[in-house]
Design a protein around this ligand. Sequence first.
Ligand code: YSA
Length: 334
Amino acid sequence: MTLAELARAAEGIWAQWAEAARNLQSLEELEALRVQILGRKGRLTQLFSALRELPPSEKAEAGRILNTLKERIEAALAEKKEALAQRERLERLARERYDLSLPGKWRPLGKLHPLTQVRLEIEEIFLRLGFDVATGPEIETEYYNFEALNIGPDHPARDEWDSFYLGEGVLLRTHTSPVQIRVMKERKPPVRIICPGRCFRRDNPDATHSPVFHQVELLWVEKGLTFAHLKWVIGEFVRAFFGPNYEMRFSADFFPFTEPSAQVHIRKKGTEKWLEIMGAGMVHPRVLEEVGYDPEEVTGFAFGLGIERMAMLRYGIEDIRLFWQNDLRFLSQF
Ligand code: YSA
């Protein structure tokens, strides 16, 4: 190849670029053109290889021609690339334009079940008072559910807790009190816990009873605890949960695992009706002995309240069955 032929070929390449560049529609087409000219086997690259065939005296001039062409094409390519990219950007923006006047899509937000909300609130109150949360199994043995709580095999109190038996000596727990026993057997005093959980009784469903319901048990065992401490804790709880407009009263009751035992009632100040909210009492010495504590050394108190009952009082709900019906009109109010 001569210098003149090389210069003509270079012009031909520029003409090819100029012609093709006019009709380019996309960045892909631009890239294909770049490869055709500047790629490893591109026309200009091949022309650079042809430099070798020229006599040394012409090489410098030929090199200048090719480098100038290369720079021009590269600059034009960059300019074209920017223009095409800008065009594609504008087209995309036009395609993706949002119509802010369209109505939004309503996505309903999930919520915690009202019973869960009430349980968490009760837990929060007692956590602030320094209690830990403990849990125990829903499938229990007669020993933990009854015997260790001083409810012997023929004790009439067993009738009050009509139970679902799963097998010999194994049942669905009828209250959260067995968790007291499990925790006391594991820990040394002082013990300060609450145990929220599900309970099961063969109670016919009605406005205030459900065969499955929830309780929160509280237990505090330490040196020197008296009934006055129990009254103080319950008073703090009633104030925190129901507010200052409620008053409480205690009346005598009987539980085999507490002595003395009491029922706690509350009522709105200025109204007539007292409502029972929990059973409570000083832990029976036999229960303390059963778990290996010395009743001469430590005393304790406990109570058990129904979470459904708390929620019904708080929200003025008249029928416990509403909690289980999964009716969104009911649930979405909480
Ligand atoms: C008493 C003294 C203690 O030192 C510790 C705990 C207790 C409570 C005892 N273990 C107990 O279960 N007592 S209870 O039979 O009266 O139930 C306590 C609460 O559970 C009731 O006040 C009620 O709110 C709730 N409950 C009982 N059976 C229910 C029910 N809630 C809904 N449906 C049922 N079938």
